[in-house]
Design a protein around this ligand. Structure first.
Ligand SMILES: *Cc1c(COP(=O)(O)O)cnc(C)c1O
Length: 364
């Protein structure tokens, strides 16, 4: 059996350190907004090269709080990609704003900067590129558009912790960056968790107030906020794992490189343009033989998955508002994409078995 991810192997490798950090956090009985949270925020900001980092309860909340801190509200439009997890769009809708979808680049699966300007209206307030599957979006081009049209740039980095482009870490490029620490993400905790990186102290302060009931001083509330904090136990675990993030991502890139060597003639393998460092949250290929390949893999007890089968403009929840919207690349990719098992500790032998099975399904 080959799973999509294997969290157990990593835990066992780090068990003594993680258990010690966890029990120390329990022993301290400081469970909310204690020393692990503030240290983790400093360490993560340092790693990413971001001026400020404020943790919160999930990646979805990170996006929500970032959208609010960007001053986005009812009547505003936010340009984003249709080829992402629903949370990117949910956050825009929570703020009362409207997601506007722009088609993707067929090679990177990220929002296509060449199509963005045509979607800008007087109501447009921000662009949220998603570094999908760990592949950085074309940030130089998107940044130039944001400057030209005075738009906020918010990065969805839920799948890209440690990825970089032109020497800059994702999450340090936009005004705000949103991270998820869901267990299977590149940097994952053992529950839900998230973080917002901020370019300015004012926005970091705003996210801090929003995550903690609209309060700067205890029992003094000047805005309506939320209860969205990373807890000390998760922060303690994340501090141990942050020290290994480069090794984790190197492990993922090793798996991806071998897959691409073995599968290059059989399916369309992930594109690397040399500018960005892809951290392979997913290893996703394109093929017209998806059903046959997935059936064969499943027969051999090898996991595979379709991320994502339906682009957001085709989801029931947006179908009515997006009835006239046609985004042919996203629609075509959604019909032909499939993701293969990838995790830092994946044995070379497993990668070879997956590739061999795919070859068997195509060549016979
Ligand atoms: C996982 C994910 C999120 C949401 O993160 P949660 O921590 O699960 O709330 C948002 N955007 C993208 C692209 C994701 O992959």
């Amino acid at each position: 059996m080959i799973p999509m991810v294997d969290l157990k192997t990593q835990y066992l490798q780090l068990k003594s350190e993680i258990d010690a950090a966890l029990f120390a956090a329990l022993e301290s009985t400081q469970f909310i907004l204690g020393p692990n949270v503030s240290s983790f925020e400093e360490e993560a900001a340092g790693y990413l090269g971001a001026p400020y980092a404020v943790s919160c309860a999930s990646g979805t909340d990170a996006l929500h709080l970032a959208v609010l801190a960007a001053g986005i509200g009812p009547g505003d439009e936010v340009i984003t990609t249709p080829f992402t997890f629903i949370a990117t769009a949910e956050a825009i809708c929570y703020a009362g704003a409207t997601p506007v979808y722009v088609d993707i680049d067929p090679r990177s699966f990220n929002i296509d900067p060449a199509l963005i300007e045509a979607a800008i209206t007087p109501r447009t307030k921000a662009i949220i590129p998603v570094h999908i599957f760990g592949q950085p979006a074309d940030m130089a081009a998107i940044e130039a558009i944001c400057i030209k049209h005075d738009l906020m740039l918010i990065e969805d980095c839920a799948q890209s912790f440690g990825a970089s482009i032109d020497g800059r870490m994702t999450g340090s490029i936009g005004r705000l960056g949103c991270f998820s620490f869901f267990p299977s993400k590149n940097l994952g905790c053992y529950g839900d968790g998230g973080m917002v990186t901020c370019a300015t102290e004012v926005m970091a302060e705003q996210v801090k107030v929003l995550r903690n009931h609209g309060s700067r001083v205890r029992y003094h509330h000047h805005i309506i906020g939320y209860n969205s904090r990373l807890d000390e136990i998760q922060a303690a675990i994340l501090r141990v794992k942050l020290r290994r993030i480069d090794d984790f991502n190197t492990g993922r890139r090793r798996v991806a490189k071998l897959y691409s060597e073995l599968l290059g003639d059989l399916v369309t393998v992930p594109h690397e343009d040399g500018k960005g460092v892809h951290v392979y949250h997913q290893y996703t290929v394109l093929t017209d033989r998806r059903d046959a390949i997935m059936a064969k893999l499943s027969e051999k007890q090898i996991a595979s998955a379709v991320y994502y089968p339906i682009p957001l403009h085709k989801q029931d929840v947006f179908a009515e508002k997006c009835s006239g919207v046609s985004l042919p690349i996203a629609e075509s990719v959604a019909g032909r994409c499939m993701s293969l098992p990838v995790y830092p500790e994946m044995p070379e032998e497993s990668v070879r078995i997956v590739a061999q099975t795919i070859k068997g399904a195509i060549v016979g």
